[in-house]
Design a protein around this ligand. Structure first.
Ligand code: UDP
Length: 270
């Protein structure tokens, strides 16, 4: 991208992201900012490097979902903070999937945080800043026309598949997927209306706990003023293998790669 490129038109500017018009019809550019907000915008802050990390993490996850034939809006990353995505009509719902009690569920129902749920729970919130994203039922969704009944079924099916896949993916790197939020969009492809996973999947939108220590590795560190926010996001990226490796990490990687013993740094040939 050139410094003197023409000003792109902003389609939408949110708390953590900006959506621009894309280079071709039917595409958008999603730009990840370092800004963070919580509690319906009442708490604001900056997490240095968050945009870059979330761009990488979300790219990685969307690519893996694509490989599992779960349709997403993701096309490709463009640079450190931006990705090209398919333009979709966002369904105004936050679909929340929970494996372990936490956050608003714990508060609302008085269930201790960290209690595994007897079965996966799905919840819907109506996306409205003015109303504070209220929780709604499936009847609300159908009655008020936010989604058609077949779209709702499709979203639920996809949400469970995403949960199954991501739970395993994260468990493989020692992270428990406690809960997460996904959004869906409508897209016309080959004359067919499709529902695809949209927005982002990152530590901003997931609760991720270290499987051994239960340490929080997500936005709750920001919400609850726990500190170490950037470090936690970085650790998620590192475990997923999407962080640019430092020399030290490369060295430790070599040390555990069979057949390639660590090299001695002293005998460097010029
Ligand atoms: N979440 C989100 N955006 C929202 C609300 C929730 O990404 O506007 C995510 C949140 O990070 C968590 C899950 O959805 O992983 C469930 O959040 P919860 O309902 O517990 O709300 P919170 O505690 O964030 O108010």
């Amino acid at each position: 991208m050139h410094m003197n490129m023409p000003r792109r038109s902003i389609i939408y500017e949110g708390k953590a992201k900006v959506m621009f018009e894309g280079p071709e019809p039917g595409t958008h550019i999603m730009h990840f900012k370092d800004d963070a907000t919580a509690f319906n915008n009442q708490k604001r802050g900056l997490i240095t490097g968050k945009g870059v990390l979330n761009n990488r993490i979300s790219e990685y996850i969307m690519n893996r979902l694509g490989e599992m034939s779960i349709p997403t809006h993701f096309i490709r990353s463009i640079n450190m903070r931006e990705q090209l995505v398919k333009a979709v009509d966002i369904i105004p719902l936050e679909v929340i999937i929970r494996n372990v009690a936490a956050g608003s569920l714990s508060k609302r129902l008085g269930i201790d945080e960290g209690k595994p749920l007897p079965r996966t729970i799905i919840e819907f919130c109506y996306k409205s800043d003015a109303l504070g994203d209220p929780i709604v039922s499936e009847d609300h969704i159908i009655s008020f026309g936010w989604a058609h009944i077949f779209e709702l079924e499709e979203m639920k099916g996809l949400a469970y598949r995403v949960n199954d896949y991501l739970s395993g993916l994260f468990m493989g790197v020692g992270i428990r997927l406690v809960d997460f939020k996904i959004e869906f969009g409508r897209l016309v492809e080959n004359d067919e209306l499709r529902i695809v996973v949209a927005d982002e999947i990152s530590p901003d939108s997931c609760r991720l706990w270290d499987a051994k220590t239960n340490e929080k590795m997500d936005k709750d560190r920001f919400r609850r003023d726990m500190g170490g926010v950037e470090e936690a996001y970085r650790e998620v990226a590192r475990r997923l293998g999407v962080l640019e490796e430092s020399e030290q990490q490369r060295a430790s990687l070599r040390a555990v790669t069979p057949g390639s013993p660590p090299r001695k740094p002293s005998t460097k040939k010029k």
